[in-house]
Design a protein around this ligand. Sequence first.
Ligand SMILES: Cc1cc2nc3c(=O)[nH]c(=O)nc-3n(C[C@H](O)[C@H](O)[C@H](O)COP(=O)(O)O)c2cc1C
Length: 367
Amino acid sequence: MTTPSEPPPVSIAEYGRLAAARLPVMTYDYFASGADDEVTLRRNREAFERLALRPRVLRGVGVPDTSVEVFGRRHPLPLIVAPTAFARLAHPDGEIAVARACAAAGVTQTLSTLSTYSLEAVVEAGGGPRWFQVYVFRDRALTRSLVERAEAAGYESLVLTVDAPVLGSRERDVRNRFVLPEGMYPANLVPEEGQEVRPAGEESGLARYFTSRIDPALTWDDVDWLRSVSRLPVLVKGVVRGDDARLAVSHGAAGIIVSNHGGRQLDSAPATIDVLREVVEAVAGRVPVLLDGGVRRGTDIVKAVALGAAAVLIGRPVLWGLAVDGEAGVARVLALLHEEFARAMALCGCGSVAGIGADLVPGQGGG
Ligand SMILES: Cc1cc2nc3c(=O)[nH]c(=O)nc-3n(C[C@H](O)[C@H](O)[C@H](O)COP(=O)(O)O)c2cc1C
């Protein structure tokens, strides 16, 4: 908790630093780390920082309208909470605190398959809009039952993660022999036997769990399969190429999420903001394209929207808010990004999200 004598953090980066100081090393490392040398993790940020914004002036903007319609729903800003596993490691209220903060802000929450509260418990906690992220298990009946439960519980979309046929090697987790504490499980899956993310000798417990449970051989046909077992729209998360984006659309994806899993899977993958344009051009307006990876400022959201993203997702910032101050911390993280986005729009001369054009980003679209 932040205390009255301690002013609340003023930026996502400050939330990150406070979370680092407060969380046990094993937990902080699990949240913060990327794969291998963490090149892609750094690249996501560096690419945003490298892009300049070229503002327009004297546009009579006043108070900008930050809202946007995506998938038939009005969002207060083009921002969605990304799925992150095991939120209870950050705070005892875990995904429930995230749900409440999101519901209060009207922000859509994407719940991970590997959440530490069940998908039903999260719905009971708060009535906000919600998507469900799908990892396809080797056990298709189990996957199907999860998807059916999500649909029955009122989740509005499925987010199929396609960049994790195997788990990236997060060396900090290997070094720490990452495990979940006693009594903490992927709550959507208990009380099945063998679900524990337990110590695994020389490796990360999560890596062992993943290898034993998750299907490493998915194909585009599995997108068709997922669509055949649910009426919910399926977004494909983890695309970084135009040709894959076209394939996703041809297999009926309702949306594409340009993502490298926050630098946690293939190290050396490109920064997402650097490949956004290629994906947007390949998709050619047929479905919305979203992006995540390294979004930490309102100006990052402007850059992504300028280059064609319908919305962005944030992963770690939510975990930092949760670690520092539970539900209030998540609420503050969402509010900070909302305030920053509104200010960046005003400073760029954009009165509406539709007015955020590629001309704002020199060299990438507008000269
Ligand atoms: C601790 C942690 C756990 C994650 N767990 C999942 C997951 O269960 N499923 C998934 O599709 N992506 C997962 N991701 C990836 C996020 O959905 C998202 O792509 C990434 O965090 C975005 O980058 P950012 O953290 O820089 O905002 C996880 C990311 C982190 C940091």
